[in-house]
Write a new protein. Structure first.
Length: 366
């Protein structure tokens, strides 16, 4: 038994390795870090054998401080869906975790929101425990200005409008929405409603609504305000089933009721289908429904959902690749006092997945 473990230690130290190899601690450090190529091969061999003997691993924290990096990235959202076990948030986290793992990074989940009541709280990021952050954020979040001002490597997903120096990765929302609308129009629908997301705060929700209106106008159809619900002022993507039901009841009471609904998210689409069943409305016979996101569960529903898919694995890997580039750029320009005036932006393709919730309008409702 080695002296290290005989003395009750649970982990060997660099001093243990240096004593067994008969060299200085500095020499062991140089071998471990590969920072001194001129060490004699015999000496290097003795050090490596001592390392194997003790199963020695360097202190990761010390090495990260020496190298100026931690190989840890943070992921968080200003929509606290993770705390509520939100399916999309959990899905995003798992894809980012997989992408980070493949790139040699660990993922940190900050224990507090980065912004609360409009006040940025970035101490968990700027204290050196991580190299950068992937963040889901609405438009105009003050925390983005703080991170840009501190030149902290940051990539935002789900928001195209960010301060200079911050990267953004998003799905092709406009292209995906056009595919959804073209599908409904090709089926013969002329009264198409939109169950909108939080357009006052989230860029993706506003883009979906604007593209929906553009598609109707280009087809020579009316984009009536009464066909766009619910309340536009909601701050999160959380679904209020009562509000969804009230929206559907309002549409059904119109003299010219819609025959299809384009929903801003799968969560809204699933809630709408549930409310339709309660009201005796058949999907897709009486009402066609399209969602957005292609959540893992919607293809396995009793009535599989037609939806727009943005490849989450590609979104995560693109965001991580961009963040790694920003981290490296930050390391190289650490002493440069000039602010970064560039903004990286990449879009991930979207694809319509046609399933069982869309069909031509019924002759009885058309």
């Amino acid at each position: 038994m080695s002296d290290s473990f005989a003395s009750g230690k649970l982990k060997a130290t660099i001093e243990d390795v240096s004593r067994l190899a008969g060299v200085s601690v500095t020499t062991v450090s140089r071998v471990v870090n590969g920072t001194y190529p001129h060490i004699a091969e015999k000496t290097r061999h003795r050090v490596n054998e001592a390392i194997k003997h003790f199963h020695y691993t360097p202190n990761r924290l010390i090495r990260s401080l020496q190298e100026g990096r931690t190989n840890v990235i943070a992921y968080t959202s200003l929509f606290p869906g993770l705390l509520n076990k939100d399916e999309v948030q959990m899905w995003t986290l798992m894809e980012i975790y997989q992408a980070a793992r493949q790139s040699g990074y660990s993922v940190l989940l900050p224990s507090v929101l980065l912004q609360e009541d409009g006040v940025p709280r970035v101490s968990d990021l700027l204290d050196g425990r991580c190299d950068g952050v992937i963040l889901e954020s609405p438009r105009g979040a003050p925390v983005l200005d703080v991170l840009a001002d501190r030149r902290f490597p940051t990539v935002v997903i789900g928001n195209r409008y960010v301060p200079q120096g911050i990267g953004t990765v998003h799905g092709d929302i406009r292209g995906g929405t056009r595919q959804a609308m073209d599908h409904l129009l090709a089926l013969g629908h002329k009264r198409i409603a939109h169950l909108a997301g939080p357009i006052l705060h989230w860029d993706e929700a506003q883009c979906r609504m604007e593209t929906y209106m553009e598609a109707l106008n280009e087809a020579g159809l009316s984009s009536d305000r009464e066909l766009i619900l619910p309340n536009w002022g909601t701050k999160s993507w959380a679904v209020d089933n009562n509000e969804v039901r009230e929206s559907l009841e309002f549409w059904l009471a119109l003299p010219d009721a819609p025959t299809a609904v384009f929903c801003s998210s799968d969560r809204l689409a699933v809630a709408l289908i549930e409310c339709a069943g309660e009201l005796g409305v058949r999907v897709p016979d009486d009402l066609s429904v399209i969602g957005f996101d292609n959540m893992p569960t919607v293809g396995r529903c009793v009535l599989p959902l037609t939806t727009v898919a943005v490849a989450m694995d590609q979104l995560a890997s693109t965001a991580l690749e961009m963040l790694c580039g920003l981290i490296e750029k930050n390391r190289r320009n650490l002493q440069d006092q000039e602010p970064d005036t560039t903004t990286l932006s990449r879009a991930v393709p979207a694809e319509l997945i046609v399933r069982n919730t869309t069909a031509p309008p019924s002759a009885l409702t058309h």
